[in-house]
Design a protein around this ligand. Structure first.
Ligand SMILES: C[S@@+](CC[C@H](N)C(=O)[O-])C[C@H]1O[C@@H](n2cnc3c(N)ncnc32)[C@H](O)[C@@H]1O
Length: 497
């Protein structure tokens, strides 16, 4: 703004041009600014980078992504001091009228002092001459929501291949999918498409309100109740005329529906908070430790379901890799927290069992052998990523049913899934544990100890696979030295040693 005023003065424009000039500057900022987020995804404000970044257009199926680099490679903390160094300081000089590019800020001894660098990386093969695009919006939203966000925030209508293809892509269809849980409705041959929009709008509003209330008031228990009751019980769309009078259409979200995905994310964090609150506000009796453990289990269950559902979508739309990184990482961390919990002592498994656990090697894929030599990252570049990906999925798919029921015991909604990767049987049949009731009080019984050992081994195995796979994806999106890659590698190494 200062530069623009100076320019106006230089051009001898009169004061009446003030408003339009200031508007023009604000438009320039709004058009070209990007939200800067710290390493944990917290918004720090907006910044305008130089044209090599701000020339990049949006696509809902982008071939590149970006990240911010905050500190020199050896500085890891983000405390008070580094925060003050992150203030974006305007600089005015005669030549450039105060427009200071990020690359300039990062030069020389002042390097990294005034703001984060931005780095753009390809996430797909880009042919010579092909336009490089990033995403300006959340790619796990259905088309109408993406379009409305882009219109209100950037004033354009996206006409990328994902938005214009007809019929819509599998992912866009899936993100809005609802299921009729009313058999008479399905057999009447009525078209569910007619009700999809109405149902999605109505429920999206309710779920958004619940999540907003949770974020502002911070009552995780009420949030869990509300979200689970919508996910499990479904909802009524409207009264339908049928031959035998009026019948109600009862709908449920498909697990790929964007509202369901959003709810899983919220439920995973609400259960995590409930678990730590429980330990903080109750005396450390065996009972309260088991209760807190139950909440951590369910949180991990939602994380794993979210990762499984997103992976399915990612297989059709590879630009969802950025979401996949976060969800696999989150699922891996929650599972390893469960595997390393001291509560297993109460279930008859001494903590010493952990050392046998970490020696575990996967016979079906190389993912478990990598630590020691961080060669998987180089391997991921050399070998076919699809092979690594399908080996990984085969492993976690075969191991998950061996602990899934243990993990989700006590959560009615999660009990409707046979395992976190099988979306065929869906909400129709409840797959409640029939064989072993894992959480029994007589936990010293040999039979249970054996079941717990198996469950724990498989939780550890799948947790490790998820984290390592998350590292591989993070390596593709953010490069070898990214915060995420380092964070995940440290997490795994801490666990192993
Ligand atoms: C950061 S700028 C991108 C570069 C800009 N196209 C240019 O030529 O300077 C953002 C603006 O570009 C335009 N834009 C970006 N992606 C677009 C797209 N997919 N379709 C239409 N306009 C787009 C919008 O006007 C948006 O506000």
């Amino acid at each position: 703004m200062a530069a623009a005023r100076k320019l106006r003065k230089g051009l001898s424009l009169d004061q009446s041009d003030d408003v339009s000039l200031e508007e023009a500057v604000l438009c320039l900022v709004v058009t070209n600014a990007v939200e800067v987020q710290d390493e944990s995804g917290r918004s720090l404000g907006i910044a305008v980078y130089d044209p090599s970044f701000s020339w990049i257009n949006h696509s809902c199926s982008p071939n590149a992504c970006y990240r911010f680099i905050f500190s020199p490679p050896n500085a890891t903390s983000f405390g008070e001091d580094s925060c003050s160094a992150l203030r974006i300081v305007p600089r005015v000089s005669e030549e450039n009228f105060g427009v200071c590019s990020c690359s300039e800020y990062n030069k020389g001894t002042e390097g990294y002092k005034y703001g984060p660098k931005i780095m753009v990386r390809s996430i797909k093969r880009i042919k010579k001459g092909e336009e490089v695009c990033v995403s300006y919006t959340d790619l796990l939203q259905p088309k109408a929501m993406r379009q409305s966000y882009l219109w209100f925030n950037h004033q354009f209508t996206c006409s990328c291949s994902r938005c214009t293809v007809s019929p819509s892509t599998f992912v866009d269809h899936a993100l809005e999918e609802i299921l009729a849980s009313n058999p008479s409705f399905s057999s009447a041959g009525l078209d569910l498409n007619l009700y999809r929009d109405e149902a999605n709008k109505k429920l999206s509003h309710y779920v958004d309100e619940t999540i907003t209330e949770f974020l502002s008031v911070g009552d995780p228990e009420s949030c869990c109740k509300k979200l689970e009751s919508v996910l499990e019980g479904g909802f009524h769309v409207e009264q339908l005329e049928s031959e035998d009078g009026k019948s109600r259409l009862n709908c449920k979200f498909h697990p790929f529906n964007h509202i369901a995905l959003n709810s899983y994310m919220t439920l995973a964090s609400a259960y995590r908070i409930r678990s730590s609150d429980f330990l903080a506000f109750h005396s450390k009796t065996d009972e309260s430790q088991l209760k807190a453990f139950e909440m951590s289990r369910i949180s991990a269950g939602f994380s794993l379901l979210l990762a499984g559902a997103t992976h399915h979508l990612f297989c059709s739309e590879s630009s969802l890799i950025v979401s996949a990184v976060n969800f696999w990482k989150q699922a891996g961390e929650s599972l390893l927290t469960i595997a390393g919990s001291s509560v297993w002592n109460l279930l008859g498994l001494p903590i010493s069992e952990l050392s046998t656990l970490v020696k575990y090697k996967c016979s079906e894929c190389s993912l478990m052998d990598i630590f020691g030599a961080k060669s998987i990252l180089n391997q991921a570049e050399r070998t076919n990523f699809e092979n690594i990906s399908s080996d990984f999925l085969a492993c976690v798919r075969s191991a998950s049913p061996k602990f899934w029921r243990f993990l989700i015991h006590g959560c009615h909604y999660l009990e409707t899934f046979k395992d976190p990767f099988d979306f065929r049987c869906l909400a129709h049949a409840r797959c409640v544990a029939e064989d072993v009731d894992f959480i029994k009080e007589d936990s010293n019984c040999e039979h249970h100890a054996e079941s717990y050992t198996n469950a724990r081994t498989h939780i550890y195995k799948v947790g490790m696979h998820c984290l390592v796979y998350g590292v591989i994806l993070a390596h593709i999106c953010y490069g070898q030295n990214s915060h995420l890659t380092t964070h995940v590698l440290n997490h795994v190494e801490n666990f192993v040693h």
